[in-house]
Design a protein around this ligand. Structure first.
Ligand SMILES: O=C(O)CCC(=O)C(=O)O
Ligand SMILES: [Fe+2]
Length: 207
């Protein structure tokens, strides 16, 4: 085997986190640290961050966490009972999307970004199974900034798996993962710096 082939294999071999009732793979750091630092700064200033609304036992609350939606088309997307219109891709998002597509072999047409200002902001147990998303489509999650713990819980067996998402790392959720597993970003007092998460997704084509 040529040395190049050996390296190519080493670089693309992700670690399986979940192997039953779906599949979750952790690719580790895929964007080198210096580049990840630059992307973090660019996204922090150039993305149109807005506060998210969450419906909590029927009460609408504004989250401290900020979000933004970008996509191929200005599609309307319903999320947490609110309708948003996606913005056109920025240069940084196109670059990141192309890199993630090359690594994963999947194509994406939308991206949800989350900005967690510190460890007190997180996201509660949920699965990403909104009706606008392609059923069983892959979701590629890129993390920038503060390292945070991320957890999965099986909907029936309650089995849990946790992983630390590093600066510049990629996690991919595939197949039936959203049908069988919940995931969350638990809040923590140990983290005082911000984190940006980008989840590349596939929205169903409109008919
Ligand atoms: O911040 C993360 O790592 C995950 C975000 C998430 O689960 C979501 O946006 O649906
Ligand atoms: Fe999610």
């Amino acid at each position: 085997m040529f040395t190049e082939d050996l390296f190519a294999d080493l670089e693309v071999e992700p670690i399986p986190i979940i192997k039953q009732d779906g599949r979750v793979e952790y690719h580790g750091v895929v964007i080198p640290i210096d580049e990840s630092d630059k992307y973090f700064d660019a996204l922090l200033t150039k993305i149109q961050w807005t506060n998210d609304q969450a419906s909590y036992f029927g009460e609408l609350t504004i989250t401290k966490r900020k979000v933004a939606w970008y996509a191929d088309t200005a599609f309307k997307y319903t999320y947490s009972n609110t309708t948003k219109v996606a913005l056109p891709w920025t240069q940084e998002l196109i670059e990141l999307k192309e890199r993630i597509e090359k690594i994963t072999g999947y194509q994406f047409n939308a991206c949800l970004l989350n900005l967690y200002h510190d460890g007190e902001e997180g996201m509660t147990w949920h699965s990403d199974s909104e009706k606008d998303l392609l059923k069983n489509g892959a979701i590629a999650s890129l993390s920038l900034g503060a390292e945070r713990k991320f957890s999965f819980k099986h909907k029936v067996s309650q089995e849990t798996h946790s992983i630390v998402l590093q600066h510049g790392s990629l996690l991919v959720m595939k197949g039936q993962t959203q049908d069988h597993w919940l995931h969350r970003l638990p809040p923590t007092k140990k983290v005082s710096t911000p984190r940006i998460n980008l989840t590349f997704r596939t929205i169903k084509p409109r008919r």
